[in-house]
Write a protein that binds this ligand. Sequence first.
Ligand SMILES: [Mn+2]
Length: 336
Amino acid sequence: MKRGRMKLKNNSLQVISDFIKNNDNFLIIGHIDPDGDAVGSIMAFKFVLDQLNKKSLLLLHSDISKEYRLLFKYLNKNSYLIYNKNLEIEKILSEYKNVVVLDTANLERLGKWKSFIKKFNILNIDHHYDNPKFGLINYVNPDISAVGEILYNLFLLNNIKIDKKIGMAVALAVLADTGSLKYSNSNSDTFRLIADLKDKGIDIVKINRFLESFPSLEYLKLLGNALANIEIDELGKVAWLSLTKNEIEKSEINIEQINNLVNYPRDIKGIEVGISFIEKEKDFIDISFRSHNYLDVSKVAQKFNGGGHPRASGAKIKGKLNQVVLDVLKEVKKYV
Ligand SMILES: [Mn+2]
């Protein structure tokens, strides 16, 4: 095992290890609209707590079991709780004292769960540089590609046996956040992590295929619709696409399945910034930003009360789609 740990703050990982050792019940949650890192991280943590015989419960924002069936088949029904206003949540959660919050830049990103979570002992593990360290214990390291990579280091430090499901969950998290090791956020440690998992028999090809495949034919047709309307700015640096609520409704696909459309405009040769504008609710636009080399899209997102990383960020804006597109492009062009 030759994984470099030079950049890690081992003290903090040690504090986290002690916190886990000294407690025996944990809620586990990731951010709303979960991506592969959020899902892989919460699942990996759950599997590890199971291995340590600690009581734990996953808190989910919605039913993501279909999209992430790769891992959900390893869970039984009572190991997770999907948010529902009719549930007696306070009562269910009263058996717990601690909550592990993963890949979550701020408490707002916990959606409806936020108000329940605030009063617990929070263990905050994240890699968003603007995370305000809202936990009782915090490990925030923006130099690490994915929360899944932080967790892997934590698991190795504690001699956790990396079995198939833990390995798959970590790989899902890291491959999702690094674009299967293609993005600039992965370093040689990230490559070694994936190599380690490959050596342990984890089917990396299968996970990549899972991340890259389309959910359905209808999805691909909707994508075709969005691609037909991509635009590029006069300098050839910014490319964007948009989808209206109407177009999404006509396609009959589940709105929660729409993600990563922003990668398509970004991947045009010569483009620095890709943007997607998705009208998820009427006059409520979900915006994603991705950049390649120099443009800090987290700063653009912050202008619109969003956030994220320098190369990947997002915001939600209320307004008419056309006007929102104009406003955002105006801001982006200040940085090009
Ligand atoms: Mn992440």
